[in-house]
Design a protein. Structure first.
Length: 281
């Protein structure tokens, strides 16, 4: 299934994308998409519904974030070999885990706001993983059974805040609108191999990121298993699994977002996003 949320900010309804790419109103069966509503059991119940039995939404309008809220918004740093190389970093021996503030959550077509005082606002297309059941001390072999689905994520980052302001990475990752997810939550059964997906980002029509998830240093299964040794992952938690090479920080000369820039990003099978960069008010 491809699940989504549509409508004005704060008034989104739950939808399902049918086989012809049309939006069906799912709100009578799933009033929202968050937490237990995206657990493996809840999704299994939704999968029994005939899409043709759902009301057709002729004009869905705005497509919002595919999750209404997230218990935790986790990220993995330096997880593509070529990205680690472009930043001059050694490939990590274990996954680098950090968080974005959950308030960074944003719609896939909503503007990205360059925050006040920003000097180095950057882009990062990423494969997003949505957890589907309580996950603690799971093996790599069992890890993917705990994944509810996948989504496209832009892990927008302010590099000066992240690196030069004397704090943890979360400072550069958490401004409002820095977490566009969607357009869809694609259930795990539709993705045969999460390590064989193409990820791309175009900036003002120029392809700047183009890689496959096969360049990941740590696979989705390794990430989920590793994290579960230190914390209990919960239904609805999101993990952004790292970005490939081609970020502005890695360019020579470096290049960063400015108002008027347009980002178009896509993870194969998970849908395409488009964001205009604007100055925060």
């Amino acid at each position: 299934m491809k699940l989504l949320r549509y409508g004005p900010v704060g008034q989104e309804k739950t939808g399902l994308l049918d086989s012809e790419g049309r939006v069906r109103d799912l709100s009578a069966h799933a009033p929202d998409l968050a937490g237990e509503a995206v657990s493996k059991d809840a999704l299994a119940r939704l999968a029994q519904i005939d899409p043709d039995s759902l009301p057709l939404v002729e004009e869905p309008g705005r497509i919002g974030a595919c999750l209404a809220r997230v218990p935790n918004f986790f990220c993995i740093g330096l997880n593509y070999a070529k990205h680690a190389a472009e930043t001059g970093a050694q490939p990590p021996a274990e996954p680098i885990i950090f968080s974005k503030a959950s308030s960074a959550l944003s719609g896939p077509f909503d503007p990205v706001q360059i925050p006040r005082g920003s000097e180095k606002c950057d882009w990062e297309v990423e494969l997003g993983v949505v957890i589907g059941r309580e996950t603690l001390y799971v093996s790599e072999d069992e890890a993917l059974d705990h994944v509810a689905g996948y989504c496209t994520i832009n892990d927008v980052s302010e590099r000066a805040f992240q690196i030069e302001r004397g704090g943890q990475w979360i400072k550069g990752k958490s401004a409002p609108t820095f977490g566009p997810i969607g357009p869809w939550l694609v259930t795990a059964d539709e993705i045969a191999d999460p390590q064989a997906l193409r990820v791309t980002l175009d900036l003002n029509g120029e392809r700047v990121q183009d890689e496959t998830t096969g360049d990941m240093i740590f696979t989705v299964a390794q990430i989920v298993s590793h994290m579960s040794q230190f914390m209990k992952l919960m239904p609805g938690d999101v993990i952004a699994t790292g970005t490939p090479s081609g970020v502005g920080m890695g360019m020579k000369p470096q290049r960063f977002l400015k108002p008027g820039d347009v980002m178009e990003i896509e993870v194969e099978g998970l849908g395409r996003q488009r964001q205009d960069a604007v100055a925060a008010q």
